[in-house]
Design a binder for this molecule. Structure first.
Ligand code: ZN
Length: 203
């Protein structure tokens, strides 16, 4: 680890600890959050000690460093100060962090998403590889641009929608329509419930 990376790690962890310590002094933070802050401050201090003695950093350490570095990475206005070092640290973290299957999948999918002409079969190929590497089939199949399940072709899915409501006291004064989350093909994911909805696929 070079000196510049070392300095930046210590800087981002110290900086985050300072913010959290200040928050601990404010009474509007609830007990649970205060406890979380205290634990995180301790973990950050332990990482700083490891960096100073040259001990090996665990995956969790690298994740915490990445989290603390994020705010400096996003702060492009602060070019003179720490943005440049934050970019260097982020690249270093990328090299140090072992790429899991899920991360690899997200990176590839992110690049495919940039091109609106990526055909559905490319996603399908990617997801087939992913499914083969995850024998217990934990990843739900996604949908093509017509909303059909890429795995089975069914058009019917269950989805959660998270709306944001503005409350004034107990009264809802505004509603922002939310995004769809947790969309699952019924046929693949809830086969027992599928017969109820099967007729939509036949229409
Ligand atoms: Zn399906």
């Amino acid at each position: 680890m070079n000196e510049e990376i070392k300095r930046q790690i210590i800087f981002v962890l110290d900086d985050d600890n300072e913010v959290m310590t200040t928050a601990l002094g404010e009474s509007d933070l609830d007990q649970e959050n205060k406890q979380m802050n205290r634990e995180l401050i301790k973990k950050h201090e332990a990482i700083i000690a490891k960096v100073e003695t040259g001990d090996r950093l665990a995956k969790e350490d690298l994740d915490l460093i990445r989290g603390a570095n994020e705010i400096h990475l996003n702060d492009e206005s602060n070019v003179q100060e720490h943005h440049h070092q934050a970019v260097a640290l982020n690249e270093w973290l990328d090299r140090m962090t072992e790429l899991g299957k899920e991360d690899a999948m997200k990176i590839l999918e992110g690049y495919l998403d940039k091109d609106s002409h990526t055909p559905a079969k490319v996603y399908r190929a990617l997801h087939t590889l992913w499914e083969e590497s995850t024998p217990n089939d934990v990843i739900e199949p996604p949908f093509d641009d017509e909303g059909k399940c890429l795995k089975c072709g069914s058009k019917v899915s269950f989805a959660d929608v998270t709306d944001t409501l503005v409350f004034v006291a107990d009264e809802i004064v505004k509603r922002y329509d939310g995004d769809i989350t947790n969309r699952n093909c019924i046929k693949c994911t809830y086969p027992k419930q599928y017969p109820e909805y099967e007729h939509y696929d036949k229409e």
